[in-house]
Design a protein around this ligand. Structure first.
Ligand code: GDP
Ligand code: MG
Length: 169
């Protein structure tokens, strides 16, 4: 089957990209995760109705912390999951930067999803949900509340990304 897609994780350093990947694929979580990951991507197989989909989910090696993440990472991506930390307003602004970059480099066909991560820390949120919703709608992205710590929202996020990929490809 040819339903194999590249999904890139993008967002500021420390927002939880690596934690999301490890939680989603291995169902593990660590509060003192090291910044580096061994693999550049991990694979996930999903079934949508009777169609099988394989996602290659790419993580950065932490280059975003030094503003050194080049287009080679995302230029052939079919989808991007843009992650921000709800307790860090700046990381939400950074999502907007990445969306512009993706539109410019990859084009209009890329599937965009936004993860409002660390939703277990809701009380410390610095980003109004309505602002996030308004922004997501304006760029045609789906928006999800996620927590790599609890696992909340992750299955749904990647399921909806897969559905959107099947529709567009
Ligand atoms: P990355 O730089 O975007 O890959 O972020 P990491 O996955 O390395 O996570 C950065 C820090 O945030 C680590 O200390 C994680 O344990 C923590 N973290 C990640 N996701 C969550 C979450 O959903 N909730 C909470 N409370 N902490 C998280
Ligand atoms: Mg990381």
């Amino acid at each position: 089957m040819a339903n194999r897609f590249k999904v890139v994780l993008l967002g500021e350093g420390r927002v939880g990209k690596t934690s999301i990947l490890i939680r989603y694929i291995q169902n593990e979580y660590s509060s003192d995760r090291q910044s580096t990951v061994q693999a550049s991507y991990l694979e996930k197989r999903l079934n949508i109705d009777s169609t099988s989909v394989r996602l290659a989910i790419w993580d950065t090696a932490g280059q975003e912390r030094f503003h050194a993440l080049g287009p080679i990472y995302y230029r052939d991506a079919h989808a991007a999951l843009l992650v921000y930390d709800i307790t860090d307003r700046q990381s939400f602004t950074k999502v907007q930067h990445w969306v512009k970059e993706l539109r410019k480099i990859v084009g209009e066909n890329i599937v965009l999803a936004i993860a409002a991560n660390k939703c277990d820390l809701e009380k410390k949120s610095q980003v109004d949900w309505s602002d996030a919703e308004e922004y997501a709608t304006s760029v045609g992205a789906q928006l999800f509340r996620t927590s790599a710590k609890s696992g909340k929202g992750l299955e749904q996020t990647f399921l909806e990304i897969s559905k959107a990929l099947l529709q567009k490809n």
